[in-house]
Design a protein around this ligand. Structure first.
Ligand SMILES: [Zn+2]
Length: 327
């Protein structure tokens, strides 16, 4: 057992050295350009990595500056198709905690974690949420091989479209930080408590907004099936998607597109909602064919600054845009 542990450890170190060499030049350039600052208490801070900007936002609110944060995905980057950079390997290797969405969202994650051997530091913030299977509106026939090229799991990873799920994230994050860094536990738990109230308030506000849409208009068509949790919580129907899958990395067929175009006409759908982080070409074709509006929303990431720079403003912006398009 001891030998085996040594080998694993050595492999981890060798792997790390390779990635360090790969990125060393990048760091040297970066360091020489910066002014030198005296070493601070930052050295003792917990090193925390998150994948998406949603997880990053929630962790930074709960951590309140008590940790050193790295968010791997930048605003506008699609979490399904993201390719990690060598620097990401270094950050993940050095991290005390790695917060991830989970449920197959980060299709790059398994390789990244395996490459650094730091699996013990991973916290899946969506643990504790009952995952939806295929969203409503995923109408492809069961006997068709519609799931081909579906790289993710059968579970819907888009949990962040329901603020009640973010309350569960908040608990996961606060407990993990408090356990790893007991000195600051009180800060984490207090911040989580305050944020939980803001999430509950957001939930109430969404219900008020949705009430402004006539019930017959509460139908959603999107570029891929992102709204499972939103639909379930706030009484919409997702009647179809341009890519009828829970990842943008899946494929669609002419038959499926023809079916979508039919149902958009039949149901007199008013708009197709598309994520700004995904190629709109196919959605543009469907919109042109059916004469419905194409409405951009934020799906896979926050925006850099306004209008969707934090999770709370992201949800408010998306919901306002949906209400304006459908009321
Ligand atoms: Zn997605």
């Amino acid at each position: 057992m001891l030998d085996r542990d040594m080998i694993v450890k050595n492999n981890r170190i060798i792997g790390f050295l390779i990635f360090t060499l790969l990125t060393l030049s990048v760091f040297l350039v970066g360091c020489s350009a910066k002014t030198t600052t005296a070493p601070t208490a930052a050295d003792e801070k917990l090193k925390v990595v998150t994948t998406t900007s949603f997880v990053g936002d929630v962790v930074s609110i709960i951590a309140g500056g008590a940790v050193e944060m790295t968010v791997l995905l930048e605003p506008g980057q699609n979490p399904h198709s993201y390719q990690p950079a060598p620097q990401d390997m270094v950050k993940v290797f050095e991290a005390d905690l790695i917060f991830v969405n989970g449920l197959g969202l980060e299709e790059f994650l398994d390789d990244l974690i395996a490459g650094t051997g730091n699996a013990d530091a991973v916290i899946i913030v969506s643990d504790g949420i009952s995952p939806l299977k295929r969203a409503e509106g995923d109408h492809e026939d069961e006997d068709q091989e519609g799931d081909e090229g579906h790289a993710g799991s059968d579970q819907d990873p888009h949990v962040w479209f329901d603020p009640n799920n973010i309350i569960i994230w908040t608990e996961q994050i606060a407990f993990a930080l408090a356990e790893k860094d007991p000195e600051n536990a009180e800060i984490y738990l207090e911040n989580a408590e305050v944020y939980r109230e803001e999430l509950k308030e957001l939930d109430g506000w969404i219900r008020e907004q949705v009430a402004l849409i006539p019930p017959a208009n509460r139908e959603l068509v999107t570029d891929h099936t992102v709204f499972g949790y939103f639909v379930e919580e706030y009484g919409f129907t997702q009647i179809g998607a341009v890519i009828p899958a829970q990842t943008t990395e899946a494929e669609t067929s002419g038959q499926q597109l023809a079916y979508l175009i039919d149902i958009i006409r039949e149901e007199e759908v008013k708009a197709i909602f598309i994520g700004v982080d995904f190629d709109p070409t196919l959605s543009q074709m469907v919109a042109k064919d059916t004469g419905v509006d194409l409405i951009p929303l934020y799906f896979g990431s926050l925006s850099a600054g306004a209008p969707a720079g934090t999770y709370l403003t992201f949800m408010r912006h998306n919901v306002k845009t949906i209400v304006n398009a459908l009321r």
